[in-house]
Design a protein around this ligand. Structure first.
Ligand SMILES: [Zn+2]
Length: 170
């Protein structure tokens, strides 16, 4: 795990069933976020305490549990943009620090993979035009900086645009 970008210790999260979209966006920023769409509250709490993860939750019942009280963050926003901003602020997550370093599907850290190894695993056009590839060792998905990334990055830029950014041009 590379620690080059000013994130002191990596905070690990587990998101409750209502926060799937937030989990994916946090993974896009490179955060370690477990998410299980079907998990019960009991299992969620158990898993969090066993693995030392902070529970991200929208569930007011859940945060009253004794085992959970010191180990949760209640997410207030309804939309993932507000939620993402809120979590990043609370845990001092630098949005660009580790962006695109984690598999969005299974939360594994991505590893650089030799271009020659992906020839048969990506569309020919992508292979011809992309210099760098990464892969997830769990699901085998191959990542590259493509159009999809550009859209995500534009969205991140918008979400984290300084709110007081009203300086006149020039
Ligand atoms: Zn994966």
């Amino acid at each position: 795990m590379e620690g080059c970008c000013g994130m002191p210790t990596e905070i690990r999260f587990i998101a409750d069933v209502m926060l799937g979209k937030l989990a994916t966006w946090l993974r896009l920023l490179g955060c370690d976020v477990e998410y299980f769409p079907q998990i019960t509250d009991d299992d969620l709490v158990e898993r969090a305490s066993r693995s030392g993860r902070v529970i991200l939750t929208r569930d007011t019942e859940l945060i009253r549990r004794r085992k959970v009280r010191d180990n949760q963050f209640f997410v207030r926003g309804d939309g993932y943009r507000d939620q993402l901003r809120q979590v990043a602020e609370r845990f001092s997550i630098e949005p660009w620090g580790r962006i695109l370093t984690r598999c969005l599907r299974c939360n594994e850290t991505l590893e650089a993979i030799d271009r020659s190894a992906v020839r048969d695993r990506v569309p020919p056009y992508v292979f011809e035009t992309q210099p760098n590839f990464w892969t997830c060792n769990r699901c085998g998905r191959v990542y590259w900086r493509g159009t999809h990334h550009d859209k995500s990055l534009a969205e991140i830029r918008e979400i984290f645009r300084p709110r007081d950014d009203l300086r006149p041009e020039g």
